[in-house]
Structures are given as structure tokens and as C-alpha cells.
Design a protein around this ligand. Structure first.
Ligand SMILES: Nc1ncnc2c1ncn2[C@@H]1O[C@H](COP(=O)(O)OP(=O)(O)OP(=O)(O)O)[C@@H](O)[C@H]1O
Length: 330
């Protein structure tokens, strides 16, 4: 398998990092395995717990490359062979990004709780750290407490303690993963479900053909979903429905789009569906594209759907998926 043909999209790549073009070959020593703890972006406790439960002690190369890039707000186009561990390479950052949003909800709830407590009585309860920890904003405590002490007023300015971002509501979609087949979508949804077991408050919905679309409509209307794992045809169908569901409005909050096995998406003739889907999604988002092969068509999809992507290429060197060759181009 050859490398991505970077030359024709190099103008995107070059403009991405201050006009520099560099290549990093990470293949010096395949025996070095990256631990999750070594990531320069710390993973959240729920995600780490879910990983530990899976018993995965180290990252695969595509995970080590993609996770920090996504979290640092980059679009990523990864050439990753089957079995390279790409599912977690996109699900983990996706969950980190959405949890960041969710924290703001905890902060709001915690702050409301704190104001209630303070309003009723008592400064001493403010210093009960465990309650504040429960609310997830221990860090804000000291500032707030001293503010209260200094001003001796129960009316506190909370603006500095709250994030401006709104947490996702039940019917607001924060991420969409598009897979070429029902089987792959179902597999991804199962892995995601394992993680969501550790992250209460985020929900998912599987949107694939093979069952009546009306069921999807009523499921979304009843329960909503923050993450949608979909095949393109059914997702397009739902986005275009007008009378019983307003999915275009639900995806306005989208932060992350993943195109999984993009080469198969195109092989199966989903290019028009993808164009339609992209037209409904906010431009301000992080997009990841995973593909086992690189073709002209994939390159065009990268141009249409990604902004200044970092190109990650993982090659199978031998049968051991942890002994892959990794090339990252920024
Ligand atoms: N860090 C890891 N450590 C050990 N095993 C892992 C790790 N990440 C993923 N795996 C396992 O490796 C296998 C392949 O992972 P995954 O399904 O994500 O690969 P993939 O690239 O999506 O392949 P496929 O195309 O077959 O779906 C899975 O059984 C998964 O549980």
C-alpha cells in the first residue's frame, strides 16, 4: 500500500502549521509502546476506567497519533488498515470533547447548588470540599469562597466560574459517526456503549437501515441522542424528513464528525449521500476520516469535508498490529 498522495493537497497541509511542512517517522523502534498515561493530553477518569476495564495497557500507533490531534482541535485524515485500532482512535477523543461540554452542565448544577447552600445559611458548608468535589468544581471553590468572605454578600458573581459553552441537551447531537455498513455501525455502537457505561449523561443512537424509519423517528423524539452512529442512507433520510422530525436543528450542536472506512463509503456509492449530509452539518466542527486505502476520490472527500487536516498513515509492517509503521504529516 502506498502513502497518501500528499502533493496534491499539500497546500492545505502546509498552511496548517505556519507554512511548515514536516514529516515524522515514528518507526525507529517498534518495541516502544505508548501508554495511555503518556499522552500529553490527559484523558478523563471515566474514559481511563473504561480503557482499564478493556484491559488495554498501551495504545496502538493510530491511537497514539490521532487522539492528541483530535483533542487539540485538528482535523485528521488517517490511512489505517483493518485491525489497527481506529475505533478507539476516534471514539476516545470524541468522548473527551463531548465530556468537556458536559462538564459545563455539572458546573452550572454545582453552582446552583452552592448558591442555594450559601443563600440559606452558611459559609462553613462552602468549605466542605467533598460536596464541591461531588459537583465537579473544586477548583472554583477557593475563588468563590474568598469572594464571599470579602464581599460578605450572598449575591455572588458566578460568571467567572462558568464556561460559556452550553452543555448538550438530550436532543442535541454532538457527534456523528458514519459507517459504510450496518455491521460496522453496530460494532462501533457496541464499543461506544461500553464507554457510555462509565459516562452517564451522554447517550447514543444507532441509525441504520433494516428497520422501519418511523421507529428511528419515534426513538429520537422520545429519547434523543448526543452521539449518532449511522449508515449514510438512513442518516440522509432522517435529515431530509420535514414533517415528523427536525434533525437539521438537532445537528446544529455538532462538534465531531467521523467518516469511518471512507474508501468503502465511496465504493458503495454513498458519495451523493455524504454530500447531502455534509450540507446539513455545521462547518465549525472537528472531522476525522479513516480509510484503508488512498485514492483520488478520498482526496476529494478530504477536500470537501476536512479543514487543514493532519495526515496520519499507519502501515502494516508484519502481522502484529502493534508493530505498525506510523507516519504523521502536518
Ligand atoms: N489499545 C489497544 N490494545 C489492545 N487491543 C486493542 C487496542 N485498541 C483496539 N484493540 C482491539 O483490536 C481489535 C481491532 O480494533 P478495531 O476494531 O478498532 O480496529 P479497526 O481498525 O477498526 O479494525 P476493523 O476494520 O476490523 O474494525 C479489536 O478487537 C479491539 O478490541
Amino acid at each position: 500500500m502506498g502513502m497518501w498522495n500528499n502533493s496534491s493537497i499539500s497546500s492545505h497541509i502546509i498552511s496548517c502549521v505556519s507554512g511548515k511542512y514536516s514529516t515524522m517517522d515514528n518507526n525507529q523502534d517498534n518495541s516502544i509502546k505508548s501508554k495511555w498515561e503518556d499522552l500529553n493530553c490527559k484523558l478523563s477518569l471515566p474514559v481511563m476506567r473504561a480503557i482499564n476495564k478493556l484491559g488495554f495497557r498501551t495504545m496502538t500507533p493510530v491511537q497514539a497519533a490521532c487522539i492528541p490531534l483530535f483533542i487539540k482541535n485538528m482535523d485528521v485524515a488517517a490511512e489505517a488498515v483493518t485491525g489497527s485500532g481506529k475505533t478507539l482512535a476516534f471514539l476516545i477523543p470524541l468522548l473527551e470533547i463531548l465530556q468537556e461540554k458536559h462538564k459545563s452542565k455539572e458546573n452550572v448544577l454545582g453552582m446552583r447548588y452552592l448558591i442555594n447552600v450559601c443563600g440559606k445559611t452558611c459559609m462553613d458548608r462552602v468549605s466542605k470540599e467533598w460536596e464541591l468535589k461531588e459537583c465537579g468544581f473544586k477548583r472554583n471553590t477557593i475563588g468563590l469562597k474568598s469572594e464571599l468572605l470579602n464581599t460578605r454578600t450572598k449575591k455572588v458573581s458566578v460568571s467567572s466560574c462558568l464556561r460559556r459553552d452550553e452543555a448538550l441537551k438530550s436532543h442535541e447531537i454532538g457527534a456523528v459517526v458514519i459507517s459504510p455498513t450496518r455491521e460496522l455501525a453496530t460494532q462501533t455502537s457496541e464499543v461506544l456503549q461500553h464507554f457510555l457505561g462509565f459516562i452517564p449523561g451522554l447517550s447514543q443512537m444507532l441509525v441504520v437501515g433494516g428497520r422501519g424509519v418511523v421507529k428511528d423517528v419515534s426513538e429520537f423524539r422520545d429519547k434523543g441522542a448526543n452521539i449518532v452512529i449511522a449508515t449514510p442512507g438512513r442518516l440522509e433520510d432522517l435529515l431530509m424528513r420535514k414533517h415528523d422530525i427536525n434533525l437539521p436543528s438537532a445537528v446544529k450542536t455538532l462538534e465531531v464528525l467521523i467518516l469511518d472506512e471512507a474508501d468503502r463509503l465511496l465504493d458503495l456509492g454513498f458519495d451523493k449521500s455524504l454530500t447531502t449530509i455534509l450540507s446539513y452539518l455545521p462547518k465549525q466542527r472537528r472531522t476525522g476520516l479513516f480509510s484503508a486505502t488512498q485514492t483520488k476520490e478520498i482526496e476529494m472527500l478530504i477536500r470537501a469535508g476536512l479543514r487543514n487536516p493532519v495526515i496520519v498513515s499507519v502501515k502494516e509492517k508484519d502481522s502484529n498490529r502493534f508493530g505498525q509503521k506510523l507516519t504523521v504529516t502536518v
